[in-house]
Design a binder for this molecule. Structure first.
Ligand SMILES: Nc1ncnc2c1ncn2[C@@H]1O[C@H](COP(=O)(O)OP(=O)(O)OP(=O)(O)O)[C@@H](O)[C@H]1O
Length: 242
């Protein structure tokens, strides 16, 4: 159940700059709990930077970020990484089997993942047990992405950040991953924040959307706003896709 009053993540006047250049300016807004919110906008708008702020990979130059009502700086880094998972476009894998890839992050946190547990997470992403001992370098793009998501689920995150995870996949694999994310959102009640360049994907999969341009949030609301934007700049972006 979505809770707009206790958002999964809340940004309060967040600025982020590098060498005096503003990358993100005065970002204020919430990501509703248990919902899928997409981040749309042209290349260089600041989408990936915003995502990295959400799990503490980088910190704001000024302003505050709250995760489930608690200031992000109050979380231990290890707890933050566990409750806010991230999956990237190229789904980087370490050398070795799928099981090794799933178990290593857990081992680094001083825990042990059994093969049985790994199997249940693989099943959740639609991969059967024959994948457990496959070499990660022999996976297709779509399968890599599924393993990357399964590896994130091992930590039972409450929030999942997705950075263009379907961008390098063919249409069928892309649809497969879209359905998987919708299922994960429903089954586990995980809040999803998803960067996508596909506006159609944003409209069909996302409950909400944020449109960023030039480091600023220009429009936010239900995904249907992409069908009838209020501002000329978002209208131009939707029409031209730039
Ligand atoms: N470490 C950095 N040093 C200098 N500039 C940076 C750095 N990281 C990001 N930027 C700049 O910040 C801006 C926003 O980058 P970001 O990757 O967040 O955009 P994006 O919306 O995710 O783009 P894309 O859709 O192309 O991935 C860009 O102009 C980028 O060049």
């Amino acid at each position: 159940m979505s809770n707009l009053y206790h958002p999964a993540i809340h940004f309060q006047r967040v600025n982020y700059s590098i060498n005096d250049t503003n990358i993100l300016t005065n970002i204020t807004g919430s990501f509703p709990d248990g919902k899928i919110t997409t981040l749309a906008g042209p290349s260089g708008a600041g989408k990936s930077t915003l995502l990295k702020l959400c799990n503490g990979l980088i910190s704001p130059t000024s302003g505050n970020i709250y995760i489930h009502g608690k200031h992000i700086q109050e979380y231990k880094p290890v707890d933050l990484r566990r409750s806010v998972g991230i999956a990237l476009q190229n789904a980087p894998m370490i050398r070795g089997s799928v099981f090794r890839n799933m178990a290593l992050p857990f081992e680094l946190a001083g825990k042990k993942l059994t093969e049985q547990e790994a199997l249940s997470f693989l099943e959740d992403v639609g991969l059967d047990k024959s994948f457990l001992h496959r070499d990660s370098k022999d996976l297709s793009g779509g399968q890599r992405q599924k393993v990357s998501i399964a590896r994130t689920l091992v930590n039972r995150p409450r929030i999942l950040l997705l950075d263009e995870i379907t961008a390098s996949l063919d249409q069928n694999s892309s649809k497969d991953i879209e359905q998987l994310i919708v299922d994960i959102n429903r089954t586990y009640d995980v809040t999803i924040i998803w960067i996508t360049h596909h506006l159609e994907q944003a409209m069909t999969i996302g409950h909400y959307t944020w449109v960023l341009m030039n480091g600023k949030v220009i429009e936010t609301g239900e995904s249907s706003l992409l069908e009838s934007p209020k501002t000329d700049e978002v209208k131009r972006f939707v029409e031209g896709g730039t």
